[in-house]
Design a protein around this ligand. Sequence first.
Ligand SMILES: Nc1nc2c(c(=O)[nH]1)N[C@H]1C(S)=C(S)[C@@H](COP(=O)(O)OP(=O)(O)OC[C@H]3O[C@@H](n4cnc5c(=O)[nH]c(N)nc54)[C@H](O)[C@@H]3O)O[C@H]1N2
Ligand SMILES: Nc1nc2c(c(=O)[nH]1)N[C@H]1C(S)=C(S)[C@@H](COP(=O)(O)OP(=O)(O)OC[C@H]3O[C@@H](n4cnc5c(=O)[nH]c(N)nc54)[C@H](O)[C@@H]3O)O[C@H]1N2
Ligand SMILES: [Mo]
Length: 755
Amino acid sequence: MSQNSKKSKPAAGGWGSLTSTAAQLVSQGIPAKGAATLLQANQPEGFDCPGCAWPDPKHTSSFEFCENGVKAVAWEATSRRVTPEFFAKHSVTELRGKTDHFLESQGRLTHPMRYNPATDHYEEVSWDALFADIGAELQGLDTPDQAAFYTSGRTSNEAAFLYQLFVRDFGTNNMPDCSNMCHESSGVALKETLGTGKGTVTLDDFDEADAIFIFGQNPGTNHPRMLTSLRKAAKRGARIVTFNPIRERGLEKFANPKDPRDMMPGGGTNISSHYFQLKIGGDLAALKGMMKAMLEWDETGERAANAFIVDHAFIAEHTHGFDALARDLRAASWADIEAGSGLSEEQLREAASVYCDSDRAICTWAMGLTQHTHAVATIQQITNLLLLRGNVGKPGAGACPVRGHSNVQGDRTVGITEKPEQPYLNRLAETFGIAPPRTHGLDTVGTIEAMARGDVKLFFAMGGNFAAATPDTAFTEAALASCRLTAHVSTKLNRSHLVHGEKAYILPCLGRTERDDQAAGPQAVTVEDSMSMVHASSGTNRPASEHLLSEPMIVARLAAAALPESSVDWLELASNYDRIRDGIEKTIEGFGDYNRRIRQPGGFHLGNSARDRHWKTETSKATFVVSPLPQTEARQDVLTLMTVRAHDQYNTTVYGLNDRYRGVFGQRRVLFLNTKEIERRGLREGLWVDLQSTDRKGKTREAKRFKIVAYDIPDGCAAAYFPETNGLVPVDSYAVGSRTPTSKSIPITLHLSKT
Ligand SMILES: Nc1nc2c(c(=O)[nH]1)N[C@H]1C(S)=C(S)[C@@H](COP(=O)(O)OP(=O)(O)OC[C@H]3O[C@@H](n4cnc5c(=O)[nH]c(N)nc54)[C@H](O)[C@@H]3O)O[C@H]1N2
Ligand SMILES: Nc1nc2c(c(=O)[nH]1)N[C@H]1C(S)=C(S)[C@@H](COP(=O)(O)OP(=O)(O)OC[C@H]3O[C@@H](n4cnc5c(=O)[nH]c(N)nc54)[C@H](O)[C@@H]3O)O[C@H]1N2
Ligand SMILES: [Mo]
């Protein structure tokens, strides 16, 4: 493992991707079937890739190669099974001692299971008995708010809509979701500045942009198909400017396995024209620096060769708050900006220069921005930057938060939120004759705290891995274990099944790739990608087991059991998903003619008000927001840790132990530090250290045994993988305004591990 080796590194993608793909198919026991399954991913008649939310060229093109898409599909289409016999063999206590990688590697869950405290084993249970018991437990709560219903972002629009309808008919808005830990900060930020919580660009805009600014995102691993768009842009001369504390391989160079020239030795396309290795959490300061330079040029007439620096006509017509922003930027000192960003004035002027030389610019971002205390304020500096040159609502320009889970955006659109708006609840009430609760419910952090206090006693999860994905692992696990009942709708065995309440159930469900037959015939579901395109997805594989139910059917049967008096005919809705879509059409804007439009190739665009320069903000204008530079306490012994994804994982799903682009093989418990930091601390590469974080109240948390790896990362910064490090994040350390856990800025100290 030589992270700092000078020899030229191969491009991202390329032969490495093909080799890794083949290995993945073999390890899941699907070499022959694999190819057939994969060819249907993101095709007009096939299923939506359960990987990331990056859109496909109109869902009509031929197969677009994606190594990590293959892993996601292979992982679901595996031939391995977790049967009742498996659970009979392994007690829950024994399974708790296994790694996350081991648990999910065992294969697909095949039967509904109930935990038996007398034997400490999960045992097979009938669906009827399972629904009857969870239904009775729900009815037995003192108030509906004693239950919380989590959603992960793979859930289809149909399942999600039916789920939130059930939860609201039951009587609570306690609907935490993975978005709370993900792009919540983006939604909150954009809603205030642009009047919509979603990105404003479509895929076509990437073909027209003169510059693309990428903040806090690692597309080579997490959105590999985005590299195709970036490669195309780079090839036609667009400038790509990256802000990232580390040099991510996919943002440096990419070889498309479908292009023979790229596959020659040394082949591939350079992606970033500029790469700024700022310090962790330094983006707000960096963005302020860029804008400060721009205002100065605008006022002094420097760089007059360019038609304009600041688009005053756009600002006058469309925005609010420019003067306050200008005052704030003038008052900001370069010394503070440099200290805050870890970049020099010269570098930031260079970035601003690229921006001003471009008539059309896109800014993209992901978790590197959203998981900090000042995440919302930082994302609002991105919209400030875009608005300064009218870069919203014109072709080739706009804001692009790149979502994670393949339908996380759709889930929000169809009502998965703990903070529903009143007009939406009114429409639900009118359409379905239910009386939804009006007070807001609990988000992810709120749910953990409420379980710990004993206020939430029943935890139900539609997908995901709550125990492993959330912060403060020990605290969260204790909170889950204190519940009266925990239940998970899942495809694979994971940690959350093992950190169970007094009663516990596993509800195995169909995956995206599988055929979904209901009374009305084979069903398709729909999903919305990161750019608001809605399209159908239908699986073709034979289900992993004959006992699986679809997610909509699970919701319907649970609702029928828990709410026998309901005015909604749940089973009728789940027997034909067209009926669920009719309900969505009646309650949610943009879904007119839903059932017809999803049957047209490529689906349809939901529309975006900001894209049309219609600003649904408080002032009816796009809004500039002023935010102070974050105060950081500089302590020599304290490092800032960012928790990131390795190349062989999908969130808490660990496919393998390699992180090829970063040169790490066969292990995950590593800590990246630069050589100076290693020396300064009297440490050496290869030593094992324990990581400690201390919260504001002085409580210490620890993650044990990480091996030091020398890496090109700024001073004072460290990186390690999630979820091994989640225990270090205090549950009450979250972003101002969005309550997203601060997983990218954990203050830690290092201590030699005892051998
Ligand atoms: N294969 C695969 N695909 C995935 C996922 C997966 O786990 N595996 N997860 C899915 C999900 S749910 C999501 S949300 C996305 C996540 O996609 P990403 O956001 O790309 O995921 P992370 O690994 O968290 O990477 C964050 C990036 O931000 C950088 N970074 C960290 N802190 C800062 C900072 O302060 N400033 C800046 N400028 N950069 C910073 C890190 O170096 C890293 O490159 O991917 C989705 N797609
Ligand atoms: N420290 C740290 N923590 C983080 C992050 C970070 O960057 N750092 N990132 C955060 C982010 S961005 C996110 S989105 C969350 C992710 O949080 P989650 O969405 O809760 O977690 P996943 O790991 O994606 O969930 C994996 C499980 O989903 C189940 N599953 C897979 N496919 C299906 C399906 O089709 N249906 C059903 N019902 N279940 C299915 C499988 O059983 C699998 O075990 O984690 C967050 N946590
Ligand atoms: Mo995410």
